[in-house]
Design a binder for this molecule. Sequence first.
Ligand SMILES: Cc1ncc(COP(=O)(O)O)c(C=O)c1O
Length: 189
Amino acid sequence: MSLELEPFWMPFTHNRMFKKSPRLIERGEGMHYQTSDGHRVLDAISGLWCSNAGHRHPKIVQAVKDQLDELDFTAPFQSGHPKAFMLAEAIKKISPAGLNHVFLTSSGSEACDTALKIALAYHHSTGEVQRTRFVGHEKGYHGVGFGGISVGGIDANKKAFKASLLPGTLHLPHTHNLSKMAFSKGQPV
Ligand SMILES: Cc1ncc(COP(=O)(O)O)c(C=O)c1O
């Protein structure tokens, strides 16, 4: 198979370097991947936590196939799909008391930006419109949306966007502080 690598702009990847020597993964089964040059590789981070039950778990494969046979997509605006309600109820059941509503998103970045918006909208609706400050953590990662990189504490992710980030966002010091950890020895700085 001849593959044109240029059009796909890869996130968090040195594109020029990757495309000189691409590492392509073609298949997966259980805890292993198979690369295009035939190597079996242990997927030690469960597909960046997206395939925690293992790759191509038969039950998940079957459920996805069954769903595609029934309905591929319906918008959640002014109409709804019964299974979205079932999922929300299932999440509510395993959540701590008081966490009883679920807003579904498609990614962690979208989830973080949505959570920030819900917090602002809550204070707006109770009349406390002045409550707009967010507090994050140095080195925290909350995705790549504008809200997420604002409350996040990774400077490299903010570099090109500093002038456009959420104003008034504060960051607590990172808990990993070697100079103040008298009993930490031999850790990388
Ligand atoms: C705490 C947290 N927020 C946001 C994200 C971003 O998720 P996504 O890559 O799905 O946008 C991650 C992903 O690792 C995360 O761990």
